[in-house]
Design a protein around this ligand. Structure first.
Ligand code: SF4
Length: 331
């Protein structure tokens, strides 16, 4: 598979108010040296707890917010460092599905106009052709023709996410960044939307970056998974390998937090405990060390680099090479 998107050493920090009045603003490192590639047609999951920088990473890829540092390339062409005019043309290929179907749709626009707007903005259709293409998109995402003239408030959460997906697909993107696309939905609706996203991927050859805090959801969708902690990727591997043999203690703890739908199941492993530290003042050395059950002295002093531990399996942990050290995810 060829590379669609490459990301090298991406950084983004935000200035935030200090706790004390009159103190200088502090830097919150939301994304701190993230690198990865996306192959054509694959789904890469980006997972981690709230505040780990995964949504910021998604927005940086489309330059919805500007990176401080780093290089992003789409099919070898630079995304970073190009003028706005070129970026708008490039954005046709790179679209986003947002988490909250309630707030991502303009409540004063009719559904047909919401879905058709990108076609008009990018000059892809005019007049009757817009309506025809919108109706075709609506059918693909499971919306009926009579929904064309309705307003977002007349729909359920799942239907609103279908409207958002149809709008995303209108410009025929190659890459879709899906930012927690199902986390605001009921479980049964989540499954419908995930199946829809998979069907559309097959039909249109889409590549997904699928952002979620829920490894249970990611498992059903992704070919590979990148785990983020405090702005950095700590493990990246094929989904099957990561679920069967996590090599980072944080991944292991996240997997142990996934509910198992079996009343007989007895949890044998540790559950992730403690608060995620502040990215304004991250712990020294390995940022995970205050929560890690395997911590050693070196962990408090040196940050472990993200390196290959097996083919296609990268891990940032001083002790991940010890096979069998970390107990496996058992369902
Ligand atoms: Fe735990 Fe040390 Fe590995 Fe960090 S480097 S995850 S503290 S064992």
């Amino acid at each position: 598979m060829s590379t669609l998107l490459s990301v090298q050493n991406l950084h983004k920090a935000f200035k935030v108010s200090a706790n004390r009045p009159g103190a200088a603003k502090q830097l919150l490192k939301a994304v701190d040296g993230v690198s990865f590639e996306l192959k054509v047609g694959e789904t890469l999951g980006l997972v981690g707890e709230s505040g780990c920088g995964k949504s910021t990473t998604g927005k940086l890829l489309l330059r919805l917010i500007e990176p401080d540092k780093g290089i992003i390339r789409f099919e070898g062409q630079p995304v970073t460092g190009i003028p706005k005019r070129e970026l708008i043309a490039l954005r046709r290929n790179m679209q986003m599905i947002f988490q909250d179907p309630y707030s991502s749709l303009n409540p004063r626009m009719r559904v047909g106009d919401i879905i058709g707007e990108p076609l008009v903005i990018h000059g892809l259709a005019k007049g009757q052709k817009v309506r025809e293409q919108v109706l075709s998109l609506m059918a693909k995402v499971g919306l009926a023709t009579e929904h064309f003239d309705r307003y977002p408030h007349e729909f359920s959460g799942g239907q609103r996410q279908r409207i958002g997906i149809a709008r995303t697909l209108a410009v025929q993107p190659r890459l879709v960044v899906a930012d927690e696309p199902v986390s605001a939905l009921d479980l049964s609706i989540q499954a419908q939307i995930i199946n829809l996203l998979k069907d559309l991927q097959e039909e249109f050859g889409l590549t997904y970056l699928f952002i979620s805090h829920d490894l249970g959801v990611i498992e059903h969708v992704c070919d590979r998974v990148a785990v983020m902690y405090l702005g950095r990727i700590v493990e990246l591997a094929d989904a099957e390998q990561l679920y069967q043999q996590p090599r980072h203690p944080y991944t292991e703890a996240l997997l142990n937090s996934v509910p198992v739908p079996d009343p007989q199941h007895v949890r044998q492993h540790q559950i992730l405990s403690g608060e995620i530290p502040s990215p304004v003042d991250p712990p020294s050395g390995c940022h995970f060390h205050p929560r890690c059950p395997y911590v050693q002295e070196i962990c408090r002093q040196e940050y472990p680099p993200l390196i290959d531990q097996a083919p296609g399996h990268q891990v940032a942990c001083h002790f991940s090479g010890e096979v069998g050290r970390f107990r496996h995810y058992i369902t």
